[in-house]
Design a protein around this ligand. Structure first.
Ligand code: ADP
Length: 227
């Protein structure tokens, strides 16, 4: 957790692949949070001319398809080579961070204004994005459960490769405010998300009440001085 508090509390949602992040994000949305997924932001970045040009310059025409980036070919290159993955992340992440931050600021003008902002960022710690958020929620699950759930999404070797890029689970646990081991029913995950939201909103209410009380006290003191 950072000391910085935003007017609308910001929750970063992270976890290893197949842990249940997207499911938790959907629950947060159901509970009224304004939500964004960094994967969607990345998807949009691949349509930007400057990003496309930088990728073309590094890898040539083999990664291009129909004027855009062929993400399958690019994925095959970077998941084989950590240095290339780091290069790509270095290219994309400052934009992801800026986009998520700008989107979160924009929520202040949204009507009705959301009580909570949530962003799903798979590599939240690895890319140094924890500072963007007031709270971090980590969804975790043992590797075998994640592998089982994801067999439809990914091939076995892809899963193992992607797993290798991630920070050790214990370190993520230590750096998170809310941690859920997603091995039970979906309902348990939903209840956990609901409790976390209630905690965050209660803390925001308490902070707001304290601010209002301090402001009232200051106004009163000012009034007394001028009397
Ligand atoms: P992530 O976004 O972390 O990769 P998902 O939320 O997409 O993970 O979850 C991976 C798969 O596991 C999805 O098909 C999802 O519906 C399923 N899933 C998530 N949580 C549970 C759970 N508690 N029990 C059973 N299946 C689950």
């Amino acid at each position: 957790m950072t000391t910085k508090r935003h007017k609308i509390p910001r929750l970063g949602l992270t976890g290893g692949i197949g842990s249940g992040k997207s499911t938790a994000l959907a629950y947060l949305h159901e509970l009224g949070a304004a939500v964004i997924s960094s994967d969607d932001v990345v998807h949009e970045l691949y349509a930007r001319e400057d990003i496309v040009a930088a990728i073309r310059e590094r890898y040539g025409e083999r990664v291009m398809a129909g004027g855009g980036v062929d993400r399958r070919v690019l994925g095959r290159i970077v998941f084989k080579d950590v240095a290339e993955l780091q290069w790509l992340e270095g290219l994309l992440h400052p934009h992801v961070r800026a986009t998520v931050d700008a989107w979160a600021k924009g929520q202040l003008k949204a009507r009705p204004r959301p009580a909570l902002i949530a962003a799903e960022v798979p590599l939240l710690f690895e890319t140094g994005m924890s500072g963007v958020f007031d709270y971090v929620m980590l969804i975790t699950a043992p590797e075998d459960a994640r592998r089982r759930r994801l067999t439809a999404k990914l091939t076995e070797s892809e899963f193992t490769r992607r797993l290798a890029q991630q920070m050790p689970e214990e370190e993520k646990v230590a750096r998170s405010d809310f941690v859920f081991v997603n091995t039970g029913a979906r309902k348990a995950l939903r209840d956990f998300v609901q409790d976390a939201v209630a905690n965050i909103l209660a803390a925001a209410d308490t902070a707001e009440a304290a601010e209002a009380a301090a402001a009232a006290e200051a106004a009163e003191a000012g009034g007394e001085e001028s009397r």
